[in-house]
Write a protein that binds this ligand. Structure first.
Ligand SMILES: N[C@H](CCC[C@H](N)C(=O)O)C(=O)O
Length: 277
């Protein structure tokens, strides 16, 4: 079957986007992995599926799969591309779009200057809900990995994140600590691992080793989790510019556990294609 898709990225975090409003297909985990392969398939960090909502109060349903075929609860960069996609494809004319995700909902706003803002919902800090194995909730947890003790924050943005503060992201042990922490036994559903360097109370540099995809050029939920972690540690103000290898996101969190994390950044369409599935 020939299926239409669009290749997009958010700061280099790249996606294959398929419209399942006007097309109907079923994808196995193996097929997702094959499509994700940068030699044998299309190549992407995540696959984004655009579907009609199951909840009539929402505009769309938003399903996300990592390159390893695992379905995940949220993708921040993908949410901005989702908004761009449904407007460019005229699947909606709305400026404010509500999408149903595996863990709730996200509200996407396309501003007149083309900036896309996403209400990413409130962070989840209760260890059992992240999930993260811990005696009690804390801003920072000591954790033994690779014969050393690291100190990390554990936060869910719908998907699980660990955030470490490092002196210099360029010298951080992302390639070794990333996979070791991604699959650490204290993260029963695995985790995305952020390495954050504090530049000022309003600016950080961040690299993310993503669950199911490896290090990416940017991670939207990771940027949100990093700002939450920095605020919990008393290191960051409410409005923070997060510099990732692929570019910068603006993240705002007022600091209340019921306050949403707001993320603003770009979304880019690269090409349209068709693929046999
Ligand atoms: N790898 C993530 C999903 C993609 C998140 C990321 N690409 C973003 O922009 O938030 C996970 O397994 O939870």
């Amino acid at each position: 079957m020939l299926v239409r898709f669009t290749k997009m990225h958010g700061l280099g975090n790249d996606f294959m986007v398929i419209d399942l409003v006007t097309q109907r297909i079923n994808l196995s985990e193996d097929k997702v992995r094959q499509l994700a392969d940068r030699h044998l398939g299309i190549g992407f960090d995540q696959l984004l599926l655009v579907e009609p909502p199951t909840n009539p109060e929402m505009d769309f349903r938003y399903r996300i799969y990592n390159a390893d075929g695992s379905e995940v609860e949220h993708c921040g960069n993908g949410a901005r591309c989702f908004a761009r996609f449904v407007r460019d494809k005229q699947l909606t004319t709305k400026d404010v779009i509500t999408v149903e995700t595996a863990k709730g909902k996200a509200v996407l706003t396309i501003h007149p200057d083309d900036r896309i803002e996403v209400d990413m919902g409130a962070p989840v800090l209760l260890p059992s809900a992240i999930p993260f194995i811990a005696e009690e909730q804390a801003a920072v947890y000591p954790l033994e990995v690779d014969n050393q003790i690291v100190h990390l924050s554990a936060i869910s943005m719908g998907n699980p994140h660990a955030v470490l503060v490092v002196d210099n992201v360029d010298q951080a042990a992302v390639e070794t600590l990333g996979p070791a922490l991604e699959s650490h036994s204290r993260f029963p559903a695995k985790a995305n691992i952020g390495f954050m360097q504090i530049i000022s109370p309003n600016a950080v540099k961040l690299r993310v080793y993503e669950r199911g995809a490896g290090e990416t050029m940017a991670c939207g939920t990771g940027a949100c989790a990093a700002v939450v972690a920095g605020r919990l540690r008393g290191l960051l103000d409410e409005n923070v510019k997060v510099y990732l290898p692929g570019g910068a996101l603006q993240i705002i969190w007022k600091g209340g556990t019921d306050d949403s994390v707001m993320m603003t950044g770009p979304a880019t369409t690269v090409f349209e294609g068709q693929v046999f599935i």
